[in-house]
Design a protein around this ligand. Structure first.
Ligand SMILES: NC(=O)c1ccc[n+]([C@@H]2O[C@H](COP(=O)([O-])OP(=O)(O)OC[C@H]3O[C@@H](n4cnc5c(N)ncnc54)[C@H](O)[C@@H]3O)[C@@H](O)[C@H]2O)c1
Length: 255
C-alpha cells in the first residue's frame, strides 16, 4: 500500500480505544503494518477489525505496559517477524482526585497513574529500543497540555506529574538516540472526547465549558485530531524534527 508510512511496522500502545485507535487506523491508511498493543484484548481486536475493513494490515497483542517482563517478551515475539520502525507510547489513564482527598485514594492514584503513564512508557521503549535503532525508527509519545500546566479543576497531581515526565523523557531520548538516527517526539493533546474523560465530561459540564472558553478553536478535539500530527511525526515529512512536542489542543496553550 502506498502512503506516507509505506514499508513501516508501527506498534501503538493503548491502540484499542480513543486516540490510540485513531492513530493505528491512520497509520494503516498510510501504509504501515500496525501492531496494536493493549491491556484490553477486545479493544485491540476492534481496532484490528476496523483496520482490516478499511483494507489495512494490523495485528493485536494483549500487553499490560506495567509488566516489564511481558514488554520484553512481546518485543522479542515481534522481532521474529519484522522489527518495528515506529513506536507510539499512548497507553494511559487519568483519575480526577484532589491531592487532599482521602490519602489511600490519592496514594493508589499516584501508583497506578505513574506506573502506566510513565513506567509503562519506559518499559515498552526499553524493550523495543534495539529494533528502533536497527531501523533508524521514530518514537511518538502522547503527552498533554498537562505536560506544561495543571488545569484548574480537581485533577490528580499524579497525572500532571506523569505528563511532565513524558515531555522530559521525550527530550532526553531525542538527545541520546539522535546519533542512531532515531527521532523522538511528543504530542500534547488538549481535551479530546474519549472514554478517558467521558464520565468527567458527563458529570462536570462546567469543566468542559471552562476548557472551551480557553480554547481558541472553540471545540473539543476528536481522536482524529491527534492522528494527523502522529502521522506527520512518524513520517519522513518530519525528518529533521526531534525532541519536540506538537500541541493538538485547539490553541489551549497559546492563551
Ligand atoms: N482524551 C484526552 O483528552 C487526552 C488529553 C491529553 C492526553 N491524553 C492521553 O492520550 C492517551 C490515550 O488516551 P485516550 O483519551 O485515548 O483514552 P482511552 O481510555 O480511550 O484509551 C486508553 C487505552 O489505553 C489502554 N490501557 C490502559 N492501561 C493500559 C495498560 N496498563 N497497558 C496497556 N494498555 C493500557 C486502555 O485499555 C485503552 O485502550 C493517554 O496517554 C492519555 O493520557 C488524552
Amino acid at each position: 500500500m502506498a502512503g506516507l508510512l509505506a514499508g513501516h511496522v508501527a506498534a501503538v500502545t493503548g491502540g484499542g480505544s480513543g486516540i490510540g485507535q485513531a492513530i493505528a487506523e491512520a497509520y494503516a491508511r498510510e501504509g504501515a503494518r500496525v501492531i496494536v498493543l493493549d491491556a484490553n484484548p477486545e479493544g485491540a481486536q476492534e481496532t484490528v477489525d476496523r483496520v482490516a475493513r478499511a483494507g489495512g494490515a494490523a495485528a493485536a497483542i494483549t500487553l499490560d505496559v506495567t509488566d516489564r517482563a511481558a514488554c520484553r517478551a512481546v518485543a522479542a515475539q515481534v522481532a521474529k517477524t519484522a522489527p518495528i520502525s515506529i513506536l507510539v507510547n499512548n497507553a494511559g489513564i487519568n483519575r480526577r482526585n484532589a491531592f487532599l482527598a482521602d490519602p489511600e485514594t490519592v496514594a493508589r492514584d499516584w501508583d497506578d497513574i505513574l506506573s502506566i503513564n510513565l513506567d509503562g512508557m519506559f518499559n515498552v521503549t526499553r524493550a523495543f529500543v534495539d529494533q528502533l535503532r536497527a531501523t533508524r525508527g521514530r518514537i511518538v509519545n502522547i503527552g498533554s497540555i498537562q505536560s506544561f500546566v495543571h488545569v484548574s479543576w480537581p485533577n490528580s497531581a499524579a497525572y500532571t506529574t506523569s505528563k511532565h515526565g513524558v515531555l522530559g523523557f521525550t527530550r532526553a531520548l531525542a538527545a541520546e538516540l539522535g546519533p542512531d538516527g532515531v527521532r523522538v517526539n511528543a504530542i500534547g493533546p488538549g481535551l479530546i472526547e474519549t472514554r478517558l474523560n467521558a464520565e468527567a465530561r458527563a458529570r462536570n459540564p462546567e469543566m468542559v465549558a471552562t476548557v472551551m472558553r480557553h480554547t481558541p478553536l472553540g471545540r473539543a478535539g476528536q481522536p482524529q485530531d491527534v492522528a494527523g500530527p502522529a502521522v506527520f511525526l512518524a513520517s519522513d515529512l518530519a525528518s529533521y524534527v526531534t525532541g519536540c512536542i506538537v500541541m493538538a489542543d485547539g490553541g489551549f496553550r497559546t492563551v
